[in-house]
Design a binder for this molecule. Sequence first.
Ligand code: 5CA
Length: 440
Amino acid sequence: MRLSRYFLPLLKETPSDATVASHRYMLRAGMIKQNSAGIYTWLPLGHKVLKKIEQIVREEQNKAGAIEMLMPTIQSAELWKETGRFDAYGPEMLRITDRHDREMLYGPTNEDMITDVFRSFVRSYKDLPKMLYHIQWKFRDERRPRFGVMRGREFLMKDTYSFDLTKEDAVKSYNKMFAAYLNTFARLGIKAVPMKADTGPIGGDLSHEFVILAESGESEVFCHRDLVEMDPPGDVDFEGDLSHIFKERTSLYAATEEMHDAEEFAKIPEDKQLSARGIEVGHIFYFGDKYSAPMKATVMDSDGKPQTAMMGSYGIGVSRLVGGIIEASHDENGIIWPKSVTPFGAGVMNLKPGHDESDAVSEDIYNKLVAAGVDPLLDDEKGSIGVKFSRMDLIGLPFQIAVGPRGLKDGSVEVKDRATGEKQNMTPDEAVDLVMKAYA
Ligand code: 5CA
């Protein structure tokens, strides 16, 4: 993409209501525009990151055996009345009446609807287990939407729902999602710690939040330090026994504020005690028959007796993650994107558009990176060098290649690694090679 043809509406001033770094940088870098409180337009740069995160989440769900589908955003109140949640959910639910005076709502979550889908089609234990998911916009009329996309009213969520014959099998599904989440967050370049969590309006008796530690986090969390540095499980057999992964993580103390037990926490050696602020990027629940019993979602077991399906649900805040990743990865100059989710693989800066050699070399690097699938951004705009560098720092692409007459005198360009700040001079071909290898 050429910057001269792109749509990157940068802001010079930091908006005063943006109190956390991710919100500030997302506005300044032209990633989002607020339309009303907690509701945003995803501008091209932000949209690219959102889609990349979504795709990684999708791939890891598929690996774990979950099957993608798509449910609507607008739901009928009827299903929610069957489970009793229409009244229980409270003012966070946006209630709508259609032209026939039918009660509708903009879905804040989908347990009721997926249970209806399940009971409409699934009859036999032989069809179990099933894990179904979608990636769909949700609406929650949050009392205090804030921190930009991190606590929005409209937000993108990946929500998976599992159906099993027994509690024992449902725990296996829970463990699959538990392992899949660890891999997902590692691929996104963040360290998310699973912590014992409260179940809130979703319900149930087993629940973990996946939390990234960041000063701007909304809640206080407590955990054993070793959990933060643990490697993800990586390639695992999702058909096999995954309980060891669950046990390994949950044998060390980790809890959100609501579930915190000061006495248990005090038993951790002092140098391993970590209390910090956290951002919840995922939340998984086991709730058995909370929805399937009132909605009569049953299957026949091997004796031909009806059994109520045992369920869990598993959410990832896809749009929240855009902010969460920035909270975990930025400096005073802007965003530092992990390679896996960066909107463009590298930035090529033509420091002097109109200068023949600068034009030729930056075009050549750009074309080679395009051909290599790196998806570069070419800054081909006229303007001050200072503006070019600070713009690149702000939007946070992992590599910046600066091409200008001064370096070209001895045949070199400058490559900066955004994360380390390290700068190196090299030939244009070496620069292309370095970037290509980084994404190989
Ligand atoms: N149905 C279940 C799991 S599928 C559910 O709704 N869980 S949840 O309420 O915990 O939400 C799942 C994830 O959505 C959260 O972990 C969080 O990352 C994200 N999320 C929740 N509320 C918001 C919000 N207001 N803005 C942005 N993301 C949110």
